[in-house]
Design a protein around this ligand. Structure first.
Ligand SMILES: *[C@@H]1O[C@H](CO)[C@@H](O)[C@H](O)[C@H]1NC(C)=O
Length: 126
């Protein structure tokens, strides 16, 4: 019985530890890290290959909360790599402080001065 309890306890502890680590990694992309006045956004260059768009999505979404482009998110539609990548790349750009190099993405990012928001999908966290 004692062995059973300690196994349960260590399992519980592992789960607890795992969720603490997960929480720390998934930071809130809408916490502004910069007070820069200029409003600029980052989108994917339309000539970017699908695989690279996918890589950009994975790069950003392993660091920031990408619920906007997940099922039920306000930017899930249209369900294309170019649209999802643009939303994700912009989240990263805003979160990192809107430095030009935060929208580089191996040359696949474009900084734009026009808000790319559409319908209920709002870009940026101003
Ligand atoms: C996104 O890119 C991946 C990898 O190239 C591809 O397999 C997938 O079909 C693309 N998704 C859409 C919605 O085009």
């Amino acid at each position: 019985m004692a062995a059973h309890n300690s196994l349960a306890a260590s399992l519980y502890f592992s789960l607890l530890l795992f969720s603490v680590i997960t929480e720390t990694v998934k930071v809130d992309a809408c916490q502004p890290s910069s007070q820069l006045p200029e409003k600029t956004w980052c989108v994917a260059n339309p000539s970017t290959k699908e695989a690279e768009l996918q890589n950009n999505i994975e790069f950003v979404c392993s660091r920031l909360d990408c619920s906007l482009i997940q099922i039920g998110g306000l930017c899930f539609v249209p369900e294309t790599n170019i649209s999802h990548a643009s939303v994700a790349m912009n989240l990263y750009y805003q979160f990192m402080g809107r430095n030009s190099w935060n929208c580089h993405f191996g040359g696949s990012g474009l900084i734009v001065a026009t808000d790319p928001s559409y319908d209920a999908c709002k870009y940026g966290c101003f």
